[in-house]
Design a protein around this ligand. Structure first.
Ligand SMILES: [Zn+2]
Length: 205
C-alpha cells in the first residue's frame, strides 16, 4: 500500500531556478513543507523522474556545510554527493533544513559539542541534554522525491535508517551507494561512534 497521495500534498514547490556551482549547473527546486514547516531545497541535475535516480538526503549542517568544520563529515559528504551527481549527469540532492545535529537544532548541537569537548561521544551528549539521538523524519524528503517523479533510488548513504525510511514509505532503494569520506583527526572518534553506536555502514579505519 502506498501513502503517496498523503505525502504528495504535504510539500509544495515554490520555485525553480538555475544553480551554477563549481560542480556544474544544477536546478534548484524550492519546496515549502507543511510536514515540518520548513523550506527545503532539491538540487537536481538532468531529469530526475523514473527509476534508479542517484539520490542524497543531506541534513543541514551549518558548521560543516558552510564553515567546513572538521568535527563531522557533512561538508565533505555534501561536495562529494554533488560531484557524483554531476559525473552521472543525473540525480537529486535534497538539502533538508531543520535537521541540524540530527534534528535537535543548531543551539542544541553546539551545546552537545560542548559536552563532547569534555569527553562524551555524540550519542551520550544528546542523551545528557535530554534530547533524542536522532530526531529526523524523512517524510518531507519522500514527498519531494515523489513530486520530482522519482520512482526508485540509488541512495548515497551509510545510514540504514535512511534506507528504511524510504522503503517504508514505498520508495524502493535499488542500491546503496557507499558514501564515506576519509576520516581526519578531528572527526575520527565521531565516525567511530556512528559506526559502533548508530549502525552506520562504515569501514573501520
Ligand atoms: Zn555536520
Amino acid at each position: 500500500m502506498s501513502n503517496a497521495p498523503l505525502t504528495q500534498a504535504a510539500v509544495e514547490k515554490a520555485g525553480v531556478a538555475r544553480l551554477p556551482t563549481p560542480h556544474g549547473v544544477f536546478m534548484a527546486h524550492a519546496y515549502r513543507s507543511g510536514l515540518d514547516d520548513v523550506e527545503h531545497l532539491a538540487v537536481v541535475m538532468g531529469d530526475p523522474a523514473g527509476e534508479g535516480t542517484l539520490v542524497r538526503l543531506h541534513s543541514e549542517c551549518l558548521t560543516g556545510d558552510v564553515f567546513g568544520s572538521l568535527r563531522c563529515d557533512c561538508g565533505e559528504q555534501l561536495n562529494k554527493a554533488l560531484e557524483r551527481i554531476a559525473r552521472e549527469g543525473r540525480g537529486v540532492l535534497l538539502y533538508l533544513r531543520g535537521q541540524e545535529g540530527r534534528g535537535i537544532g543548531l543551539a542544541h548541537k553546539i551545546r552537545a559539542y560542548e559536552l563532547q569537548d569534555s569527553g562524551l561521544d555524540t550519542v551520550d551528549a544528546n542523551l545528557a541534554l535530554g534530547l533524542p539521538v536522532d530526531a529526523r523524519s524523512y517524510d518531507a524528503a519522500v514527498a519531494m522525491l515523489r513530486d520530482l517523479g522519482v520512482t526508485s533510488v540509488r541512495l548515497m548513504s551509510n545510514n540504514p535508517k535512511k534506507i528504511a525510511a524510504l522503503e517504508t514509505a514505498g520508495l524502493p532503494v535499488l542500491k546503496r551507494e557507499p558514501h564515506a569520506v576519509d576520516p581526519n583527526p578531528e572527526n575520527h572518534h565521531y565516525l567511530a561512534t556512528k559506526r559502533q553506536r548508530m549502525g552506520h555502514l562504515l569501514k573501520e579505519r
